[in-house]
Design a protein around this ligand. Structure first.
Ligand code: ADE
Length: 225
C-alpha cells in the first residue's frame, strides 16, 4: 500500500511510524509519507487557514491550501486514489471499513485542524469522509493514526504471526463478534481461576467455549444491552 497522510504536524507521526507492525509493513513493501500542508501552501508566511464566511468563532482550513498539497503530491493523477477527509461528520469507521481500505493500493488521509475544513475540500477533492466516533478531537491526526493503524495491521506481513489477525475481534471467523477472553499462566492468581476448559487440552471444547464467549460479548455490545 502507498499511504499518505496530510497534516500540519507530520512529526506527530514519528512515533506511529516506529511501531513494529508499521515497520513490518514498510519492510514488506508499503510506502508511508507524512506531508505538511505548510510546505506547499500558496499563501505567504505559511498561512493555511482563514476566518469563516458568515462569521463565527475559529479558523477554517482553506481549500486552495489543501488542493495545492494534493497537486504537489499527485499532480493531476489522482484518479482511482481513495482520498479521505478525517472529520467527526464522516462515515463511522469500523472493522468492515478497515478491511475495505486495506484492499486499496493507494490511500490518502487528510487531517483537518481549527474549526474545520472548507466544505469544498470534501465536495471536490475527497472520495470519502471518515469519523472515528461521535466526539470532537482537536484535529484529525489522532483519527488518522487510528485508521492507519487498523488498516496497516490488515496487510500481509504486518503481524508477526500469520494467524493472529484471523480469529480476532469482529472477524468473519468470529461471526463479526468481539474476541473471546484470553488467559495465561499462572492458572490461579489470588484465588482467580483460569476456566477449566482451557486447561483441558480438548481443542474442540476450547473452540466451542471461545466462540460462545465471543457471541456473549457481541450480545453485550448490542445497543440497549
Ligand atoms: N477530527 C476531529 N474529530 C474527529 C473524529 N471524531 N473523527 C475523525 N476526525 C476527526
Amino acid at each position: 500500500m502507498q499511504l499518505d497522510v496530510f497534516t500540519l504536524f507530520p512529526h506527530w507521526f514519528e512515533w506511529f511510524e516506529s511501531q513494529r507492525h508499521v515497520r513490518n509493513c514498510i519492510a514488506a513493501g508499503s510506502e508511508l509519507r507524512f506531508l505538511d500542508y505548510r510546505a506547499t501552501t500558496p499563501l505567504s508566511a505559511g498561512q493555511v487557514d482563514d476566518s469563516p464566511y458568515g462569521g463565527g468563532a475559529g479558523m477554517v482550513m482553506r481549500v486552495d491550501v489543501v488542493d495545492a498539497a494534493l497537486q504537489a503530491a499527485y499532480g493531476d493523477s489522482r484518479a482511482g486514489r481513495r482520498i479521505v477527509l478525517m472529520t467527526p461528520s464522516g462515515r463511522m469507521f469500523d472493522e468492515d471499513l478497515a478491511l475495505e481500505l486495506a484492499a486499496e493500493p493507494e490511500l490518502t488521509l487528510l487531517c483537518g485542524r481549527y474549526e474545520g475544513v472548507d466544505e469544498r475540500v470534501r465536495e471536490h477533492l475527497c472520495t470519502d469522509a471518515i469519523s472515528i466516533g461521535r466526539y470532537v478531537l482537536a484535529g484529525g491526526e489522532l483519527a488518522a493514526m487510528v485508521v492507519a493503524d487498523a488498516v496497516l495491521r490488515k496487510l500481509p506481513g504486518a503481524l508477526g504471526h500469520a494467524d493472529s489477525a484471523r480469529e480476532e475481534s469482529f472477524s468473519a471467523d468470529l461471526e463479526g463478534n468481539p474476541e473471546y477472553p484470553h488467559y495465561t499462566r499462572p492458572p490461579v492468581y489470588r484465588g482467580w481461576d483460569v476456566p477449566d476448559v482451557l486447561l483441558s487440552g480438548d481443542h474442540e471444547r476450547v473452540r466451542e467455549w471461545r466462540h460462545e464467549r465471543s457471541r456473549e460479548r457481541g450480545a453485550q455490545q448490542e445497543p440497549g444491552a
